[in-house]
Structures are given as C-alpha cells and as structure tokens.
Design a protein around this ligand. Structure first.
Ligand code: NAD
Length: 341
C-alpha cells in the first residue's frame, strides 16, 4: 500500500486556475491507474486575494503549505507598484528556503526548436541576489536595489548543481558577470571553486551572462547544467525555454532540504484568462517533477511519456505550438494517454 502524498494546490491568477486544473486532471489519471494516493488541498494565494485578505499569501495558506509534502503552484500576477505585496512565489521560496530553482529545457518531439538536440537544466539561486527585495529611493529620481550574494546560499545551490550534473552529462557551466560585479560574483565563483574538488568527474566552465544569452541561441546543445545567481537564472531560463519551442512547455521546481514547490516557468498571461487557449503542458510537467521529487518515479515516468506521445503524435496542439486545441483538450489527451500506458 503506497503512502498518501498531501499536495497543496495554489491555483494562482490569470490562466493559473486553467493550467493547475489541467495538471490535477492528469495527476488524477495517474492515480486512477496505479496505487498512487494523492490528497489535493487547495489554498488561496496571489493577486486576487489581496482585496479580501490584504496579502497575497494569507496565514491559512502558509499553515496549509506546512501540512503538505509539496506544492503545485499556478502562476500569479505580481503588482509592480512600490509598496505592493512582494511576489507570493518569492515569499514562499524564502520562507521554506527553497534555494534551488531547477528549470529543465530540452527539445520536444514535433515542436519547432532552434536545435533538435537541446537538453540542459538551469539551476538558479532562488533566495537572494536581485530578488532580495531590498530597494530604496535614496533621493527623488535615484533608486538603489541591493544584490545580496552570500557564501552560504551560493555554496548550497552550487552543491545542488554539481550533484545534478554528476547524475547527468557531467558538465557544469557557471554563469556570472565577475568582470563587473567583482565582489558579489566573486563570492559565487569562489563557491564553485570550493565545491568542485568533491566532483572530479564533472567538467566545469564559466561564461559571462551576456555571452551566455548569445550562446543559448548559437549553441544551446553544448550545455548540460548551468548554475547562476537569481536574476541571471530567471532571464536565461526564459530564453532557453523559448529556444526549445515555447514557454508553454517549460516547468520549474523550487527545491529546499525539506519542501518543494512546482510551477510553470511562465506567468499568469492575463490576456488569455478564461479563454481555454494556453498550453497546460508546462504545469503538467511541473506536476511530473513533483512526482519525481516525492519519490513516485513510476508516476513521473508515466506523465513524461504521455506528454511526449501527445506532442509527437501532433494531433492535439495548442495555439503556441501552431495548433487550435484548447487547454482542456490538451490536458484530456495527456490524461487519456496516461491511462493507456
Ligand atoms: P507571462 O509568462 O505571463 O506571459 C508572456 C507571454 O508568454 C504571454 O503573453 C503568452 O504569449 C506566452 N505564454 C505564457 N504562458 C503560456 C502558456 N501556458 N501557453 C502559451 N503561451 C504562454 O509573462 P508576463 O506577461 O511578463 O507576466 C504576466 C504576470 O505574470 C505578471 O504579473 C508577472 O509578474 C507574473 N509572473 C508570475 C510568475 C510566477 O508566478 N512564477 C512568473 C512570471 C511572471
């Protein structure tokens, strides 16, 4: 008898409810065809709760997250006015110390990509850097944001990236701008040099962030695991996702020592809210990563195989992939593929 996994589901804003609903539909299909036991516990978070709760992450939701094994999170709209609540995702990452943001990017069958053989993972530091949220207007028209980089946070994310590279193609690239940000990126580079001797089989190279933006277009197939600081990682993982076909296919995991939160890389795409039009595959692949994290390897493999089959058959395709299928048609196609495996 397998244990019950308690999953917090935060539907989020904009297209969030549609894509998380699509992922739960697929998880239920896995559950129906195996002895996997999932309990979905829904919580409120995101822009839509600010009016009612005065916050985008109510206390009850934090308590809910603490009672669960992992969280499936939909994208959330983040207000940009100074003084508005900090992004709920950023708060959860910091609160639960989810220090490694893992974003796999690979070529998918039947999906137009810049190269057919891309298979890389961006590991982004997730708790500090430009997302520290320390920003001041020091004088009218003069703003300062603090890019906090610590040895401790750099070491733990670098260690995570080395472990991942050791399990994959044994190639780690660290990305920085150490020629300009000598102190902060100096600390990050030192962390790589400190951890490297523990992984003698992993080949290491380093690339400046601006060059990396170019290399990801020119030769993305040459990379395996890329580790970098928070903002650099956010930007290059979106770029890498588009290089492999669509933001609608890119999933991300936020992993700490005791908890994991899984979400699509994309945002809440407000203009498509309620249109049943966007691609749910990114959130479905986030659910796949969550199953893997929870040790449910067979469930994870089933979801991955089902997504690949639906993409390679090419009959059900959302607009971002050049088709006209709806979000729910894509979800149902993947769910029924899960059942037939
Ligand atoms: P976005 O990712 O929401 O949308 C950019 C464009 O990407 C969309 O207009 C659409 O063309 C495409 N796209 C996104 N998701 C897609 C999908 N599933 N299928 C097909 N196409 C898709 O980025 P944005 O417009 O910069 O941000 C909108 C809001 O989302 C903002 O408030 C932002 O702060 C927030 N956001 C949240 C998260 C998160 O919750 N983790 C991440 C990024 C952005």
């Amino acid at each position: 008898m397998s244990k019950t996994c308690n999953i917090a589901v935060l539907k989020g804003d904009g297209i969030g409810p549609e894509v998380t609903g699509a992922a739960v539909n697929v998880l239920e299909a896995v559950q129906d065809t195996s002895n996997l036991k999932l309990r979905f516990l829904y919580g409120e978070a995101g822009y839509h709760c600010i009016a009612e709760h005065g916050t985008n992450l109510p206390e009850e939701t934090i308590a809910l997250l603490k009672r669960t094994d992992a969280c499936l999170k939909g994208p959330m709209t983040t207000p940009e006015t100074p003084g508005a609540p900090v992004s709920a995702a950023v708060k959860i990452r910091k609160m639960f110390s989810l220090y490694a943001n893992v974003r796999p990017c690979r070529s998918f069958p039947n999906v137009e990509a810049l190269k057919p053989n891309i298979d890389l993972v961006v590991v982004r530091e997730n708790t500090e850097g430009m997302y520290s949220g320390v920003e001041y207007e020091v004088a009218p028209g003069v703003g300062v944001a603090l890019r906090i980089i610590t040895k401790e946070a750099s070491l733990r994310v670098v260690e995570f990236a080395f472990k991942l590279a050791a399990k994959r193609k044994k190639h780690l690239t660290y990305v920085h701008k150490g020629n300009i940000l000598r102190i902060t990126d100096g600390i990050f580079k030192d962390a790589v040099k400190t951890v490297a001797p523990k992984y003698p089989d992993v080949a290491i190279d380093d690339v400046h962030i601006d060059a990396m933006a170019m290399h990801l277009i020119k030769k993305p197939e040459t990379y395996d695991v890329i580790v970098t600081t928070n903002l650099f990682g956010d930007v290059i993982s979106d770029e890498a996702a588009q290089v492999t076909g669509s933001l609608g296919l890119a999933a991300g995991a936020n992993i700490g020592d005791a908890y994991g939160m899984f979400e699509p890389v994309h945002g809440s795409a407000p203009k498509y809210t309620g249109m049943n039009r966007v691609n749910p595959a990114a959130t479905i692949m986030a659910a796949q990563m969550m199953m893997d994290y929870l040790g449910e390897k067979k469930a994870a493999a089933k979801i991955e195989k089902a997504v690949m089959k639906v993409l390679s058959e090419g009959e059900v395709r959302t607009a971002d992939l050049g088709g006209s299928s709806t979000t729910s048609e894509m979800s149902d196609a993947i769910a029924s593929k899960v059942k037939s495996l």
